[in-house]
Design a protein around this ligand. Sequence first.
Ligand SMILES: [Zn+2]
Length: 68
Amino acid sequence: MTETLKAICLGCGQEGEWGRNPLDPPEATTVRTSLCNICDDGDFMEPCFFDANGKEILPSPLQTGEQQ
Ligand SMILES: [Zn+2]
């Protein structure tokens, strides 16, 4: 597991690094969110996580630990 994810700004596409949080999906490799100050309008935006295959990881209310 890497400690940082690739982050892509939803507004301008700028790429950066996202420090992994304990609650982030462990299989996530990329996160899309309002990354930079320019595109962050002050509202908290729910980040969207993607795995190594580019598949969006949808938030699940139940953490079963199943893979695929
Ligand atoms: Zn931006």
